[in-house]
Design a protein around this ligand. Structure first.
Ligand SMILES: [Zn+2]
Ligand SMILES: [Zn+2]
Ligand SMILES: [Zn+2]
Length: 395
């Protein structure tokens, strides 16, 4: 079954409010939160691992993105060191005895529940029904076409589109399922065009049409044809482009977390911390920033959180799966809007001018948050380095 939609809830500590154009809606606190508190947790309506991430051997459950490696396997693979050995193996929570595969293709799952959830939601439509898929199968061609358009770092995945369409196609209440996804659509045609263009690059018309044709061949049915017209497909691309939330899962970070709770002497703790620091240095040397199983998903509550450069909340994935936990990073009072940052930490540290160049390019808006308002009097550019980067952004 699909994850249920939370929407507006009275007793959850948050509510979605319509706040008018151009922003549309926002999420507001209905109680006080302290920094560090969990504001809400939610599962995505649909999610998908990125294609290069999967191709490079980051093994994840095809439904919930839980890692299918032990912390030890994960660390050895990332460090490219088969000899690497982690202490405290009891701190790894990977339980391989529940892993299970689709009987008809090579999709792997962390549990029987995930396998049947995937099958019932979209996999019955998308299963390749072969362990050696035919390269001319439209779904195989779709994934190859996307990979050629999108080298890492990945930010989106065409299979998320296929899963959305397949979810509607398989839903017993097709109108209800369509409505769940339509709540993410609030863009004009021109904006959709711009977002699709941004996502698909220079030759986007042609690329969009080739992706659309391949998806149409894979999942067409009369109930989903609205998504498969050129306009419908473009709005789906825009929907995923602006609402897709990145997901990162890692058995190694679970191991580190569990190690933090071990009862150790001061000396042992010091040694362990040292080992973990060394390990991450090694991993970063070999794997760069690519430490996690990565993908993206659509989350109704998270997607109603607006951006602020002085954000008071942050999404995290502490369970090594797609379950999103929105945590307060500042104290939040009842009535206050809950805002996340669409910019990563590095970009958040840049000047107002640079931040807004990125926000305009990727999200089509200019930020008016308290930090941006405070900085309006400041010079546009703070360093030569940023000026060069800004030129790149505006090219
Ligand atoms: Zn799973
Ligand atoms: Zn299958
Ligand atoms: Zn701002």
């Amino acid at each position: 079954m699909m994850a249920t939609q939370d929407g507006e809830r009275e007793d959850s500590g948050v509510e979605v409010r319509v706040i008018g154009e151009p922003i549309g809606k926002g999420l507001f606190a209905t109680q006080d939160f302290k920094a560090g508190d969990v504001i809400f947790e939610e599962r995505p309506l649909v999610s998908c691992q990125f294609l290069w991430n999967a191709a490079y051997g980051y093994l994840a459950c095809d439904f919930c993105m839980r890692s299918l490696e032990t912390a030890q396997e994960n660390a050895s693979r990332l460090a490219q060191n088969p000899q690497l050995s982690l202490p405290f193996p009891e701190c790894c929570d990977t339980k391989k005895d529940t892993f299970i595969e689709c009987p008809s293709c090579d999709a792997s799952y962390c549990s029987r529940e995930c396998r049947s959830s995937a099958w019932n939601q979209y996999h019955e439509t998308l299963c390749l029904r072969s362990y050696m898929p035919d390269p001319s199968h439209p779904l195989v061609m779709l994934q190859e076409a996307w990979k050629q358009m999108h080298y890492p770092p990945e930010t989106a995945c065409v299979m998320l589109l296929a899963r959305i369409i397949a979810t509607v196609r398989q839903a017993s209440d097709k109108e209800g399922a369509t409505a769940l996804f339509m709540q993410f659509c609030h863009r004009t045609m021109n904006e959709e065009e711009e977002i699709a263009h941004k996502l698909l690059g220079q030759e986007f018309q042609e690329q969009l049409e080739s992706l659309r044709t391949l998806i149409e061949k894979s999942v067409w049915s009369s109930e989903v044809q609205q998504w498969l017209t050129p306009e419908g497909f473009r709005s789906l691309v825009a929907l995923v482009g602006t609402n897709g939330q990145g997901i990162g899962t890692s058995p190694l970070s679970r191991w580190v977390r569990n190690c933090d709770n071990l009862d150790l002497s001061e000396e042992e703790r010091k040694n362990l911390n040292h080992l973990i620091d060394d390990l991450y240095d090694q991993l970063e040397k070999e794997a760069g920033g690519f430490l996690n199983n990565e993908g993206s998903g659509l989350y109704p509550l998270q997607s109603s959180c607006n951006h602020s450069c002085n954000n008071n909340a942050m999404p995290t994935f502490p369970y090594n799966n797609f379950q999103l936990v929105m945590s307060a990073v500042q104290d939040i009072s009842v009535g206050e809007e809950i805002c996340v940052s669409y910019l990563d930490e590095c970009n958040l540290g840049r000047s107002r001018h640079s931040r807004n160049a990125i926000l305009r390019e990727n999200y089509l808006f200019t930020c008016k948050c308290s930090k941006c308002e405070e900085q309006t009097g400041e010079p546009d550019v703070t360093s030569e380095e940023e000026m060069e980067e800004d030129d790149d952004l505006e090219d």
